[in-house]
Every structure is written in structure tokens, then in C-alpha cells.
Design a protein around this ligand. Structure first.
Ligand SMILES: [Mg+2]
Length: 131
């Protein structure tokens, strides 16, 4: 991750783009996210269908790269440790959505897991102001 962050920082510095405002980067992330979403407009293909569509995958990679590059640019210009905060968030999400319960819900709500349990957990976190 550090190597990628350094490459992106150098890329920005070489072009004089290392003073971009965080708000402009946030807008760019969303704009590129919309371009990614546009690839799925008027269709609802399943995962395997998309995996087996080389043209779609090529287009997805381009837009996903745009989103991720802008996101890493924001992180780097703000002096953040990208790898650290992603791990921190994954730890938080793992605690928020217990794997066993989520797996039961994903498999049709069999056993003790259900959509209502999922929404209960989510609303409790929102009440506490956690994301
Ligand atoms: Mg794009």
C-alpha cells in the first residue's frame, strides 16, 4: 500500500496537483462512482454473468481504478495511513455485523438470523451515531 501511495503522490506532485482541495477530490470520487454505476444502467446481471463478460470487466476496471485513485489521492494529500484506516473500518464492520449472523441472513434467514435482526443491529448503531 505504501508503494502505491507513494506512486500516487509522485504522480500528483509531478503535475502540480498536490494542492487539490479535499472537496474537489470527494466530488471526483462520486463522479467516477456514477460512471461505474452507469455501466449497470438498465441491467441487473448476477455476479457470475459479470465475471464472464470480458468487455464489462474491462470497463469496470477503468472506472473502479478512477474511484480508487481519487480515494487514495485524498488519503495521501491529507497525510492519512490508508492501510491503517481501512483495517480499522474492517474491524469496526466485523464487530457491527457478526459473520455468523450475517451468513445466516444471506442464506435466507434460516436459523436465528433474519433481516429484522440485521436492521435492528443497523438501527442501534445509527442511534449511537456510528457508521
Ligand atoms: Mg471514469
Amino acid at each position: 500500500m505504501k508503494e502505491l501511495e507513494q506512486r500516487i503522490l509522485t504522480h500528483l506532485q509531478e503535475r502540480g496537483w498536490d494542492k487539490l482541495r479535499p472537496s474537489d477530490l470527494a466530488k471526483s470520487i462520486m463522479i467516477e462512482g456514477a460512471e461505474l454505476l452507469e455501466l449497470f444502467q438498465w441491467e441487473n446481471k448476477e455476479l457470475d454473468e459479470v465475471r464472464n463478460d470480458p468487455e464489462k470487466l474491462a470497463a469496470i476496471k477503468k472506472e473502479l481504478a478512477d474511484v480508487m485513485i481519487y480515494a487514495i489521492e485524498m488519503s495521501v494529500l491529507l497525510g492519512l495511513d490508508t492501510k491503517r484506516f481501512i483495517h480499522d473500518k474492517l474491524d469496526h464492520v466485523a464487530k457491527k455485523y457478526p459473520a455468523e449472523l450475517m451468513r445466516k441472513i444471506a442464506n435466507g434467514g434460516s436459523g436465528s438470523g433474519s433481516d429484522s435482526e440485521y436492521w435492528k443491529i443497523k438501527s442501534e448503531y445509527r442511534k449511537r451515531g456510528e457508521q
